[in-house]
Design a protein around this ligand. Structure first.
Ligand code: ZN
Ligand code: ZN
Length: 138
């Protein structure tokens, strides 16, 4: 079976295809991810060279911080990407992939900022902020 995956936004204006194995899903509970997504972020990661994006003109990039921008479909609002300016990879929202994704949860970050209306009880590692290997917005 191939490790390639594809996905899209809700309306289909933005489509993407990834190549190779995907990182485990990191759940980010920081206030920026909460506000933008309406809950929390669940994203995998892929090298810039292993993703092809169709309909890129339909993506709006919002710079919530000085070092990263967040991509969403300007037609339907689907949250799709998180991109650190100085890194050669891109985070892709897990929910935008077509099934079967073969994705698995990896850890929770910024749990110190999480919403107060849910609990995290899936047994995955939890980090108060980030972990050194995962640069995310403060
Ligand atoms: Zn769309
Ligand atoms: Zn976040």
């Amino acid at each position: 079976m191939s490790d390639d995956h594809q996905g899209s936004c809700l309306c289909g204006a933005v489509r993407f295809r990834t190549r190779g194995a995907l990182r485990g899903v990191v759940y980010c509970h920081c206030s920026q991810c909460r506000k933008q997504s309406g809950h929390f972020y669940a994203a995998t990661n892929v090298a810039d060279t292993d993703i092809a994006i169709e309909g890129a003109e339909s993506i709006t990039w919002y710079e919530a911080s000085g070092f990263a921008r967040r991509g969403f479909c300007k037609a339907c609002g689907s949250v799709l990407f998180w991109k650190a300016m100085d890194q050669d990879y891109i985070s892709v929202l897990a929910g935008s992939f077509d099934k079967p994704t073969a994705l698995k949860g990896e850890c929770h970050i910024f749990v110190g900022d999480k919403g107060d209306y849910y609990s995290i009880d899936d047994g995955l590692p939890q980090f108060e902020k980030s972990t050194p290997s995962i640069p995310v917005a403060e």
